[in-house]
Design a protein around this ligand. Structure first.
Ligand code: UD1
Ligand code: CA
Length: 451
């Protein structure tokens, strides 16, 4: 059950100029999902029931995406950029109703784990007014240092304000913070902008809380969780970490991959037990793979459901709307789109099946093509159970091949074929005995030298 008394405020106002993009930074995808989507998912995973997203000026796309993914999310705009505390206060209204705790998360920091957010909440439940997420590094330059005394976090010292000794501290501020609901607003309202940048720093809440004798603690997260994205190079680095985690989880869940580092998963890929994935396979969004499926090398899948024991590839392409029945087979250089393939059906080589229903145990020969599109509309091809389509046939949709029907190789089928009938739709073979020998003899007289 989502905890309605817990609020996550996600800062997504970053301009992201270093991304060199027209897309807002937090809309750049990791494993096929915009970064802000990962943060919303993680917060949901930590049981948080309320969301507020703070977007920058002109970032309607971000608000719209957040509202689509989490319909209960409230979207606020930070019109002027006056600092992180100012950004959080843009969501004042969300903090005005009674909540147990408030976590401040960042739309460009998508790798934080739900367990980590749960640990932050646990500290607040135990009585801390403020909790700060820290990480340890040998290269702390540029980060705020966490200064602790007897288990109390007494200050966050920004690089430029730190003494020589303090700069030696390797425990750094990741940026994520949590607050007890009853004191959050009074702490944030007490933050001023008397600093070099004239910004309202969220980190100053630590000092304010200490002045009031409130408990403030820092907890540690793995450095890999707290990496933020400012450039596309960092985005690729975050993707690498995300993929590594997902591959490890898949291996532990009973998936075989002989070269997991070459398999790319999507944020929503579902893999059943005893699935085998050969090297160089790419999963786009919306793929579900049931038990015992084999995916051979160099296959590309998006929006497909593979039922138990199905086998695809090498070099198979499954596009959205594909459903492969149990023990069906889709072989090399086969593309399937918006099609249901029945149990045990075989589409083994060099074939395009689009907008189709293929019956159980049907067999489509090499080079079968569904002519599903006339340039304006898509039309359906129905291939009955146990039907047999000879190689290099075009099935011009809309068309139905009845159960057990047979199509001769090289046919262009434009009319329905009755069950168990044979359809031949091609020029009849003509043979002219001796024609080739006569032809060569005639040519030899006129052209002595072959060029
Ligand atoms: C901040 C922390 C620092 C920490 C580091 C971790 C402060 C004062 N310092 O430094 O201790 O080690 O993060 O990366 O907080 N933002 C807004 N609106 C604003 C200002 C910022 O939404 O008005 C967003 C930014 O887009 C960014 C985030 O808040 O995503 C952090 O702000 P930034 O100015 O980058 O802080 P840092 O200098 O990195
Ligand atoms: Ca930053």
């Amino acid at each position: 059950m989502p905890d309605r008394s817990s609020l996550a405020i996600i800062l997504a106002a970053g301009e992201g100029t270093r991304m060199r993009s027209t897309l807002p930074k937090v809309m750049h995808a990791v494993a096929g999902l915009p970064m802000i989507g990962h943060v919303l998912k993680t917060a949901t995973g930590a049981g948080i029931g309320h969301f507020a997203v703070v977007v920058g000026k002109g970032s309607e796309a971000v608000g719209a995406f957040a509202a689509k993914l989490a319909p209960s999310a409230a979207v606020f705009e930070q019109v002027e950029r006056l600092g992180t505390a100012h950004a959080v206060l843009a969501a004042r209204e969300a903090m005005s109703r009674p909540v147990e705790d408030v976590l401040v998360l960042y739309g460009d920091t998508p790798l934080v784990r739900p367990e980590t957010l749960a640990r932050m909440r646990a500290e607040l439940a135990k009585g801390a007014a403020v909790v700060v997420l820290g990480f340890r590094t040998d290269a702390p330059t540029g980060y705020g240092r966490l200064i602790e005394r007897d288990g109390q976090l007494v200050a966050i010292r920004e690089e430029r304000d730190a003494t020589e000794d303090e700069r030696g501290i390797g425990f750094c501020n990741a940026g994520l913070m949590g607050f007890r609901g009853e004191t959050v607003l009074s702490l944030l309202d007490a933050i001023d902008n008397r600093n070099a940048k004239h910004e309202y720093y969220l980190t100053d809440a630590v000092e304010v809380a200490n002045q009031r004798g409130l408990k403030v603690v820092a907890i540690e997260a793995d450095v890999a969780e707290v990496g933020g994205v400012n450039t596309r190079a960092e985005l690729a680095g975050v993707e690498r970490i995300w993929q590594d985690r997902a591959r490890q989880a898949a291996l532990l869940a009973g998936i075989t991959m002989i070269a997991p580092e070459t398999v790319f998963l999507s944020h929503d890929t579902v893999l059943g037990r005893d699935v085998t994935i050969e090297p160089n396979v790419f999963f786009g969004p919306g793929v579900t793979v049931d038990e015992g499926v084999t995916i051979h090398a160099y296959s590309h899948l998006t929006g497909a459901h593979l039922e138990p024991g199905a086998e695809i590839g090498p070099f198979a392409r499954l596009r959205p709307g594909t459903r492969l029945g149990p023990k069906s087979k889709v072989g090399n250089f086969v593309e399937v789109k918006n099609a249901e393939v029945g149990a045990g059906a075989k589409i083994s080589h060099l074939t395009y099946v689009g907008d189709a229903k293929v019956g159980a145990e049907a067999n489509l020969g090499a080079g079968t093509v569904t002519g599903n599109y006339d340039g304006y509309d898509k039309a359906l091809t129905v291939i009955g159970e146990g039907a047999f389509i000879g190689s290099n046939s075009v099935l011009v949709a809309p068309v139905t091949i009845g159960d057990g029907g047979y199509v001769a190789s090289g046919s262009v089928i434009t009319e329905d074929v009755a069950p168990d009938a044979l359809a031949i739709a091609r020029g009849r073979q003509v043979e002219k005995p001796g024609w080739a020998a006569r032809f060569r003899e005639m040519k030899a007289k006129t052209k002595r030298v072959r060029v």
